[in-house]
Write a protein that binds this ligand. Structure first.
Ligand code: COA
Ligand code: AMP
Length: 637
């Protein structure tokens, strides 16, 4: 081992000003910072205060100005639209973005205004994001799999001046009209955007309301390009809503300066790519992976990024990833383990891989959920290349723990995303905020300050930021993940400590689903738990108690509940199972024992909680689980 990792790590913790100040020289600044780390308003740390920048300039114009305008910036590859492939050089992408910034400016969008982007995986989603960045407007991308209600909640919080959307998305071979969902959301929300801009797609064009819904293509045809607007390093670049304990999502804020500095550094030091390399994050632009590693980081670093409108399987088969890697000379692929589980399930011997030339491909990175050792081993064997698990969150914007391949390759330990990345002072704490012994499980926390590029606060909600992340372990950021560190400092992530579950790499709130179930007129109380699933990681299952006197068939009620979650949260919640039970297990103080239900369902060892009000209720839960196919449930007792 070269020691490069340890050297960088120690410096980042002992001298954060020196470390990040040097790294920041890699960014083009309009005015350099006065302070690298500003700790004048603890616990609200800020990075690069006094600095003036533009994120779009650093993603696009910079490369043109430095003579690399003809390099490929973005490849749009869409098997769901008849194998469309469209390529943009940095110059072409800059010109499109400048024009769309002109369209937004023409609608009165200025620095600080919010713009919601509700789009499928088309290049125009990146164009809209970067156009906001160009103007200093704050984008908030909403994942296309969310239904009207979820979109409305985000509209109410962000209060966008304009919403940019598309007429439809395409899920394998199913066309999903977006416009009715958008109209529904606007109707539901109290804060009405002044205009919408709609990208019309031939698969299902939308009806536009004259004067309110503007047509993307028509507006672009007459737009005047807009220039980059200088913004403070500490100004917000975007808000990205993510699931928390309740149905009210958290608006994670990202700044401009720290975000650019950190993300560009990760491309070289974690992902080991250099400008010109093709980097593909097979995720969705609606998630943090899409923000950081489909759009911003690769472009800051002068890499070619890929917008893939397709799935790992079914578009058309389990060889889809290998086709893209071969056709576009992908060097690094980043995706969620669930995508590899999907491929493994359809093509267990990776036979389809043999049809493609993967000689340019070097490394696979996995994140978004735990990588099970089976999938890790399968991927390593099939690819015969390093497979790197790394751990992070929407809030952090980049990896907390990883094998930093650009610094030094450390040995892989299956089940661990390796070690804390430079910048992250990771501690595993007990309830009294003391470090537990190596090997013992505790709450994984990060000693403040968090490195650049992480959330400075929650949108318009400093109090919730403090309460959610900083109050439980004073002086630390609580990740809400539990786990341990081994003797070598390797981190192991075991479970969430809140009501967040991870379904096919998508972060969802069981609390949010419970809020939907509770609205059903026949439901008296309910609990949703995430049970283990060998394909999607976890799946939500609902347990409901009905109001006295309800005598409708249970099957009708559970079908309605499934439909309600689909309509109000979205298909992406994958909420397909609900059961009626007479009672829910509770502590004597009335707290529902979700953790125990989950353990029973997962067939994990569990102890009878000392505080349970009536132990017999757990038998009913076991029977209910057996009734819906968790037939091993009884073994847990
Ligand atoms: N717009 C509309 N609907 C969407 C959608 C979108 N953008 N994305 C997903 N959905 C729908 C799906 O069509 C599906 O609907 P269905 O219940 O009618 O079948 C439902 O939401 C669940 O979708 P998904 O979780 O994607 O499951 P899937 O079975 O269609 O595909 C995988 C499974 C593994 C192929 C897919 O989840 C995947 O590629 N996951 C990678 C996850 C990822 O990128 N995570 C980000 C962090 S890295
Ligand atoms: P998200 O905010 O959607 O990125 O989800 C973040 C959560 O996903 C984390 O808090 C973890 O619970 C989980 N997660 C992400 N990456 C990993 C990983 N590599 N190993 C285990 N869990 C992970």
């Amino acid at each position: 081992m070269s020691g490069e990792y340890q050297k960088a790590y120690d410096r980042s913790i002992n001298d954060p000003n020196g470390f990040w100040g040097e790294v920041a020289e890699d960014i083009v600044w309009i005015k350099k910072w006065d302070k690298v780390l500003d700790d004048s308003n603890v616990p609200f740390y800020r990075w690069f205060t006094g600095g003036v920048v533009n994120s779009c300039y650093n993603a696009l114009d910079r490369h043109v100005d430095e003579g690399n305008g003809d390099r490929l910036a973005l490849i749009y590859d869409s098997p769901v639209t008849g194998n469309t492939v469209r390529k943009y050089t940095f110059r072409e992408l800059r010109d499109e973005v400048a024009k769309f910034a002109g369209v937004l400016a023409g609608q009165g969008v200025v620095k600080g205004d919010r713009v919601i982007i509700y789009m499928p995986m088309v290049a125009e989603a990146a164009i809209a994001m970067l156009a906001c960045a160009r103007l200093g407007a704050v984008h908030s991308v909403v994942f296309g799999g969310f239904a009207s209600n979820e979109l409305a909640v985000r509209i109410n919080d962000a209060k966008p001046k304009v919403i940019v959307s598309a007429s439809c998305g395409i899920e394998v071979n199913r066309v999903i009209p977006y416009k009715p969902l958008l109209d529904g959301a606007i109707a539901l929300s109290d804060s009405k955007p002044e205009k919408t801009i709609i990208l019309q797609r031939p698969e299902s064009p939308a009806e536009l309301k004259a004067g309110y819904d503007l047509d993307w293509a028509a507006e672009m045809a007459s737009a005047k390009p807009a220039d980059c607007v200088p913004v403070a390093a500490t100004d917000p670049l975007y808000i990205l809503y993510t699931s928390g304990t309740t149905g009210e999502p958290k608006g994670v804020v990202r700044d401009n300066g720290g975000h650019m500095v950190a993300l560009k550094w990760t491309m070289k030091n974690i992902y080991n790519v250099k400008p010109g390399d093709v980097f593909w994050a097979a995720s969705d632009v609606g998630w943090v992976v899409g923000h950081s590693y489909i759009v911003y980081a690769p472009l800051f670093n002068g890499n070619t990024t890929i917008f893939y409108e397709g799935k790992p399987v079914g578009t058309p088969d389990a060889g889809a990833f290998w086709r893209l890697i071969a056709e576009h000379n992908v060097k690094v692929l980043f995706t969620a383990p669930t995508a590899f589980r999907a491929i493994k399930r359809e093509d267990p011997n990776a036979l389809l891989m043999k049809n493609y030339d993967l000689s340019k491909f070097t490394t696979l990175y996995l994140a978004g959920e735990r990588t099970d050792p089976d999938t890790l081993e399968w991927a390593m064997k099939a690819l015969d290349r390093p497979v790197i698990d790394h751990w992070w969150q929407t809030e952090t914007g980049w990896a907390i723990a990883a094998n930093c391949m650009g610094l030094e390759q450390l040995p892989v330990k299956p089940g661990s995303p390796t070690v804390p990345v430079p910048g992250w002072d990771v501690h595993v704490l007990d309830e009294t905020c003391n470090d537990v012994k190596r090997g013992d499980i505790g709450a994984i926390c990060v000693k403040l300050p968090l490195p650049p590029g992480t959330l400075p606060t929650l949108y318009n909600n400093d109090e919730r930021y403090k309460k959610s992340y900083l109050s439980e372990y004073p002086g630390h950021y609580a990740t809400a993940d539990a786990g341990f560190m081994d003797e070598d400092g390797y981190v192991y992530i075991m479970a969430r400590t809140d009501d967040v579950i991870n379904v096919a790499g998508h972060r969802l709130s069981t609390g949010g689903m419970e809020e939907v179930l509770a609205k059903h007129p026949d439901v008296a109380e309910c609990a949703v738990v995430g049970v283990a699933d060998s394909f999607k990681g976890q799946l939500p299952v609902g347990f409901v108690c009905l109001k006295a006197g309800v005598d409708r068939p249970y099957e009708d009620i559970t079908k309605e509940l499934v439909q309600m979650v689909r309509e109000q949260i979205g298909a992406v919640a994958a909420f397909k199972q609900a059961v009626v039970v007479d009672r829910l297990p509770k502590t004597r103080s009335g707290k529902i024992l979700r953790g125990t239900i989950q353990k029973i369902a997962d067939n994990e060892p569990w102890k009878m909680p000392a505080t349970i009000d009536d132990p017999a209720i757990l038998d009913e839960i076991k029977d209910a689980l057996t009734g819906i196919g968790y037939s091993d449930a009884r073994k847990g007792a």
